[in-house]
Design a binder for this molecule. Sequence first.
Ligand code: NAD
Ligand code: GLY
Length: 360
Amino acid sequence: MVKTIRVNLGQNSYDIRIGSGTLSQTGQILKEMGFNDKAIIITNPIVKKLYGTSLKQSLINEGFWVTILSVPDGEEYKSLESAGKLYHQLTEFGAERTTPILALGGGVIGDLAGFVAATYMRGIPLVQIPTTLLAQVDSSIGGKVAVNHGKLKNNIGAFHQPRTVISDIATLKTLPSAGIVNGLSEVIKYAVIRDEKFFTYLEKNLDPVKSLDDNVLETIVTKSARIKTGVVENDEKDMGLRNILNFGHTVGHAVESVSNFEIAHGQAVGIGMMAGVKIAAELSLVDSKAVIRLAKLLKKAGLMTVLPRLEIEQIMQAMQFDKKVQRGKIRFILPKSIGEVFITDDVSPALIERILVELK
Ligand code: NAD
Ligand code: GLY
């Protein structure tokens, strides 16, 4: 059965469709939404080989004229150069202002194809078809699209909401286990920021997640998508509340960049969440039991809870370059309890440094 979550954003509202086998219903869904004629799939060679043919066929069955554009796999291809090549291919195919771009893949493809959809002809329709856990619970929802430029991640971008998100749980079966662990970090983040019951559910159900049980995967994708939707509906353009989605990301992004991206995003966010809960405990804002519960869950998920051999001075410096720095102050999201967080600019650099030393 397909679960539908409505994202209420006025004229930019859309449905997230979550289920097993939804990918092969894409043609029908798009037809019902009023699309016809042409459709463009943007993907990478790995995902194309796995799911390109069935997606293309579902569109052809409904009378669409389809092209598949493939971008090499990897974060380094989330660039203006790749966008430039795609604009050229869109023109060659005869894309019009009503032609939808279907982003088939993980967050890299979603962000790049989304950026192209946001900018080509001042914006054409975007459909997100996320195939990683991270993309299904996070990057496909909320309309942030971007490319990287120079050394900075996601610094050239736009808000461009998709017309729909089609999350096929079955595609998660081909993900390597590290991909599941990476996405789990964001899932745990949602539980900490918004939903204590969900945290308890995760404490009891991580084993079936790892063995890719359909029901449990569907539950965690649905619960996470609902939490993200609730936040985005209240702050589409990231002016306040949406910041809470960055729990664990202040330290996480710095760890990721100082490691030259050798530490995966999810792993880095795991360390960042530990730093956050420890800072809150040190300031007596959260019960120390929360520190123990979070560390236990992260470990069980296969995530890091201690800082690998990186220079703390470099991590402190990297935090200053983060998009979350405002007027020189580093913004932190700290838990009050499992299930509730708040935003603060008042964490002293000395305390951050002390906690990082403790995490070594
Ligand atoms: P990714 O897109 O690089 O995918 C990870 C790997 O999995 C890739 O090698 C990909 O080819 C492969 N893959 C994808 N689907 C597969 C499948 N079903 N089976 C087997 N292999 C598959 O990484 P990601 O973790 O999905 O996304 C990371 C990106 O998302 C980053 O660029 C990050 O900045 C972005 N992001 C964006 C937002 C947002 O709100 N826009 C939020 C979080 C992250
Ligand atoms: N991934 C953070 C956000 O969408 O705001």
